[in-house]
Design a protein around this ligand. Sequence first.
Ligand code: NAP
Length: 269
Amino acid sequence: MRWLVVGASGHLGGEVARLASAAGAEVHGTSTTGGSWSRLDITDRAAVRALVAAVRPAVVVNAAYRADSWAICADGAAHVALAAAEAGARLVHVSSDAVHGGRPEPYPDDAAPTPVYPYGAAKAAAEAAVAAIDPAAVVVRTSLIVGDERSKQVRFVLDLAAGRARGALFTDMVRCPVDAGDLAAAILELAAAGYAGRINVAGPQAVTRAELGRLVAARYGLDRAAVPVGPIAEGGVAAGPAEIRLDSSRAAGLLSTPLRGVREALGGA
Ligand SMILES: NC(=O)c1ccc[n+]([C@@H]2O[C@H](COP(=O)([O-])OP(=O)(O)OC[C@H]3O[C@@H](n4cnc5c(N)ncnc54)[C@H](OP(=O)(O)O)[C@@H]3O)[C@@H](O)[C@H]2O)c1
């Protein structure tokens, strides 16, 4: 079976490409720079249609994004969905917990978006476009993606600890981090299943960003005190909603892939 992984040069896209290939798929991937993958800019509608028409994939996974770009997150996602639909491909679109405005209660799979910042709004717009173009597509809402140093969440902690980045990890910002390998395996399963629409695929443990930083520090044998922490109020920048918990119980029941909690995923630290 032929797969097209849009954003295969990225962290999650790379994991999806690796697992799909290991499972016997013929995997085509994209990056913006080319290299070992096909060069593609998803803001170029004609280029997306041309590549998908040339590859003729059975499955398209869109893991491409740039948090500061509406054109990539929203318009680009619509271009990918349109091209996948034209090719009759099964589409898995990767979304984010950033579509939510934040609250103490966990969000179910079908919670309507309530974005409060531009990245969340762009991801919400992408979800709407994907659902309108292809109601059978899977929209995977996920949270902070962790793993090794390819994870930007892990890299940020290491950079903070080494003094290469400025800022602090918030003691009052809660998310449900997920391991990149677990998430990629879940995406493979969802691509093969008949599931349509939005589904939360995140870890079962809600932790603060500060706690996540301590777990990463422990995993890398760093002094936990080297990772600066503090409340959102002292962050000085627009940081996003305080509490977003994704209820991934439907995915946990549906999939054979275990979605590990962040403590286990980061090595039981
Ligand atoms: N990282 C997280 O903690 C997190 C949390 C929640 C949701 N998500 C979602 O998870 C997905 C994957 O995240 P990630 O952290 O694995 O991403 P990543 O490592 O930053 O990779 C992003 C990918 O997007 C590609 N890309 C950027 N601009 C593009 C463009 N104009 N056209 C085509 N491709 C483009 C990049 O290509 P180049 O390598 O060529 O730049 C790269 O392959 C995204 O949908 C994101 O919204 C991530």
